[in-house]
Design a binder for this molecule. Structure first.
Ligand code: HEC
Ligand code: HEC
Length: 412
């Protein structure tokens, strides 16, 4: 890219930013310090990421959406900013009013209420969503987000917003996409420093080609193509014999192909393997291990036999581990495990329609240990598992013995 277009891009971004600033109280996005520290970014590099994000996405009070992102700025305006009414009396600032205390102004899942909740509110920044109609690795469709907002997530603190109007819910779904694209772009930028060659002198190129076409564009593209990634669901056979289907589903559940029993347990109470984490929590567990392991190793290492250069390198590493440990303590929630669901409760986070259960079993739960049955169980057979799962809350299983509760409503 030549110098002219680079300057033009930054100037254009600067104008967008200055347009609406000024009157509203300042709310700001938090930088992803855990990732910045992990990537060992310098203060100047952190500053560059913040400046670039500001140019491309604006502020919580003045969001910017480049045309490449495919987002509707009018909807973003309705959802963003402080809670207020506009000239025609329409409520603005919906995200701050309804979502930020859990999901955080930045969408990092660390609002003031977050630490008290289990599961934690979603951190949108990795761009991973659990309950959707698309293949495992794909983004949710707009309709998936609307459904989550209307219904909430049963069995968690994510409330239903069914009392908001259609345009309000629509604007909030758009804003979730915006925060997610922003957060995922931030991750890409922070990871890009690592690949710079020496001429770059530790600075990312500030060209439209790099920032939009290489960094943010592909992320936005995945959101645009979500609708095409919907799971193809075969019809449940119209003449299905429900008793036989449940028996077949039960066989699959305990069989070694689907192996649902491994995690959900012989009882279906979710008491199989229950010490795993979802991806958000696992990342923190792994970081803590890296820090603890590193510090322990450093404690055992003596610098006395080292060359001056190696000793300096060693001290740098120890200082970094100390800083990282401090950042993680201040910027991440204490990890919590994600137990497999108790299937006898009849409470399903991703929705209780047979179709929702089909999606969950076909694709698994993205970001969670729950695997996809796709590829191991033929599509029509997934319906048998769905029927079995739906029968579980009502099943009296004498085989389990007197020490097992018949309907375990007391276990979560
Ligand atoms: C009281 C806390 C709370 C509030 C308020 C809240 N959420 Fe959530 N939200 C959660 C929790 C907890 C989860 C994670 C549930 C899980 O992982 O099973 C979640 C998950 C989500 C998800 C992810 C769904 C998925 O498929 O992974 C979206 C999107 C979402 N919330 C959007 C919103 C929006 C938009 C608002 C405001 C209109 C909002 N939430 C308000 C607690 C909250
Ligand atoms: C490796 C462990 C593991 C295996 C194997 C597994 N699950 Fe799960 N399952 C989980 C976990 C963990 C959750 C909760 C994930 C979450 O909420 O993020 C879950 C959640 C569920 C849910 C709840 C969905 C909802 O909307 O709340 C259903 C239904 C389910 N599993 C069915 C099955 C079936 C059927 C199989 C076999 C085809 C299976 N699971 C295999 C770990 C597993």
């Amino acid at each position: 890219m030549n110098r002219f277009s680079r300057i033009a891009f930054l100037l254009a971004a600067g104008c967008l930013l200055s347009a609406g600033c000024g009157k509203t109280p300042n709310a700001s996005y938090r930088l992803n310090m855990v990732e910045a520290t992990k990537q060992r970014l310098t203060t100047e590099q952190e500053q560059q990421v913040a400046t670039v994000l500001l140019a491309m996405f604006g502020t919580p009070d003045d969001p910017v959406a480049l045309p490449e992102f495919g987002l509707d700025e009018a909807k973003l305006r309705l959802a963003s900013g402080p809670v207020r009414s506009d000239i025609v009396g329409r409520k603005n600032g919906l995200y701050r009013e309804h979502c930020a205390h859990c999901h955080g102004v930045t969408g990092d899942g660390m609002g003031p209420t977050a630490a008290f909740l289990n599961p934690y509110p979603r951190d949108y920044r990795p761009g991973v969503f659990k309950f959707k109609s698309t293949e495992r690795a794909d983004k949710p469709t707009h309709a998936d987000l609307l459904r989550i907002l209307r219904n909430g997530i049963a069995g968690t603190s994510m409330p239903s917003f069914a009392l908001l109007s259609e345009p309000q819910i629509d604007a909030l779904a758009e804003y979730v996409k915006y925060l997610s694209i922003r957060g995922e772009t931030e991750l890409s930028l922070m990871r890009a420093f690592f690949e710079l060659d020496d001429d770059a002198q530790g600075k990312l190129p500030e060209t439209r080609e790099f920032l939009v076409d290489e960094m943010a564009g592909p992320i936005a593209e995945k959101w645009k193509s979500a609708a095409a990634a919907q799971i193809a669901v075969p019809d449940m056979p119209a003449d299905i014999d429900l008793v036989a289907s449940i028996a077949k589903g039960r066989e699959l559940f305990y069989g070694d192909k689907a192996n649902c029993v491994k995690c959900h347990g012989v009882t279906g109470l979710g008491d199989g393997q229950a010490n795993d984490y979802d991806d958000w929590n696992k990342a923190i567990v792994e970081i803590n291990k890296e820090i603890k392991g590193g510090l322990a190793k450093a404690g055992e290492t003596s610098t006395s036999g080292m060359s001056a250069e190696d000793a300096a390198e060693h001290r740098k590493q120890v200082a970094w581990l100390g800083k990282f440990s401090h950042v993680v303590d201040g910027d991440a929630l204490t990890p919590r495990t994600i137990p497999p669901r108790n299937l006898r409760l009849g409470v399903y986070r991703g929705g209780r329609r047979p179709l929702d259960l089909y999606y969950r079993i076909h694709a698994g739960i993205n970001g969670a240990p729950m695997p996809a049955a796709k590829g191991t169980v033929p599509p029509e057979d997934i319906w048998h598992i769905v029927n079995y799962i739906r029968s579980l809350p009502y099943e009296f299983d004498g085989e389990l013995g007197a020490d097992r509760p018949m309907v375990a409503r007391d276990r979560f």
